[in-house]
Ligand binder design. Structure first.
Ligand code: ATP
Ligand code: MG
Length: 329
């Protein structure tokens, strides 16, 4: 079976619907057809300033959410990145194959370092995409389900795999992105021109947030001029975003939804989305809580996952180290 790998950062108290639509839904589905490796990438989460206790708590909350959403630890390998040293071991080799200019062209660094400026951002934030390449290449993954914002990083992973193979002989698998067009980019509820992000919580619709608060947040979402509920991302980015979300949570295709809103306004759209979202997250939140009630069990499950991940990733690192001329470990 082909392999799939993906990761998510434990950078917030909850995942948001952008994470779910752009990535996590595909993670769950791909378990049926692929050998899956899913990682909570905590090493990526320390590239920006963070609180240690909060990070530990968020890592467990992330695991609980993935399990509640349907990641099956029997079928898939669910693990925490920092518990598998191969990621950083491979990352160094890949850093030595990456041009400084090439790394400088990664736009996420610019986006995430705007506040403090590049001078005050960490080198870890700068090399983030190379660690991400190592995350993927260590498992020789064929497919990587991500949102549109990760396309550029995926391209770098492909380039680095190809470069390594060209220089040292066929070793690494060149991964393909798996980006679903309709849900590749969910927009911020308060600013439909920006990506919904864990790092801008104001406009994010969080899976674990208080449901009443979320319904309110949907009600005050920024919409567009006019009154017709039509899917037109160019001219009606706010309304189109809400329609995409409602489509997923109601299981109704966008064109059918649009037809059902004929003669009705934005208020009805928001009301239906609020109801559909509440129906989705209410049982999910109960399930997350159950997982979190037993942190020892959760940690044990992640330890097993890390063990399985290590076997696969260590083999790749040994292969890579040998190819580049390091003495065998
Ligand atoms: P941060 O702000 O900390 O970077 P994030 O919300 O971007 O958080 P990540 O952990 O970086 O979340 O990304 C996890 C996955 O979710 C990635 O595959 C990413 O492409 C996807 N993703 C993140 N935001 C969106 C979005 N708004 N729409 C679609 N997919 C998204
Ligand atoms: Mg992100």
């Amino acid at each position: 079976r082909p392999r799939v790998l993906s990761g998510i950062q434990p950078t917030a108290d909850s995942f948001h619907v952008g994470n779910y639509l752009g990535a996590l839904r595909q993670w769950v589905d791909l378990q049926a057809t692929h050998e899956a490796f899913y990682s909570i990438v905590d090493l990526h989460a320390i590239t920006v300033e963070h609180d240690p206790e909060l990070l530990r708590r968020r890592t467990r909350i992330a695991a609980a959410q993935l399990l509640a959403l349907g990641i099956d630890p029997e079928r898939s390998t669910l693990f925490v990145q920092s518990q598998v040293p191969a990621h950083t071991q491979l990352s160094w080799v890949l850093e030595c194959l990456t041009g400084f200019g090439e790394a400088s062209r990664m736009t996420q660094f610019k986006d995430k370092s705007v506040k403090g400026g590049a001078d005050r951002s960490s080198v870890g934030l700068f090399t983030y995409p190379i660690l991400q390449a190592a995350d993927i290449l260590a498992y020789r993954a064929d497919l990587v389900p991500v949102g549109e914002d990760q396309r550029q990083h995926l391209e770098l992973s492909r380039t680095l795999a190809g470069r390594f193979n060209g220089r040292f002989g066929p070793t690494l698998t060149v991964p393909s992105p798996h980006i679903l067009k309709e849900t590749a980019k969910v927009y911020d509820l308060t600013d439909p021109s920006a990506k919904m992000s864990k790092s801008s919580p104001g406009g994010a619709l969080d899976l674990l947030a208080d449901v009443k608060g979320s319904v309110k947040k949907i009600r005050s979402a920024v919409t567009d001029t006019g009154r017709d509920v039509v899917f037109d991302p160019e001219n009606k980015p706010g309304v189109s975003n809400l329609l995409s979300l409602l489509s997923v949570f109601s299981g109704t295709p966008v064109p059918a939804l649009q037809a059902s809103f004929e003669g009705r306004g934005y208020g009805d759209l928001k009301k239906e989305l609020g109801e559909a979202f509440a129906a989705f997250v209410t049982p999910l939140q109960a399930s997350v809580k159950e997982y979190l009630d037993d942190p020892a069990e959760l940690d044990a499950l992640l330890t097993v996952g890390a063990g399985r991940a290590r076997e696969v990733a260590d083999a790749t690192v040994s292969d890579v180290y040998e190819k580049v001329g390091l003495l065998l470990r």
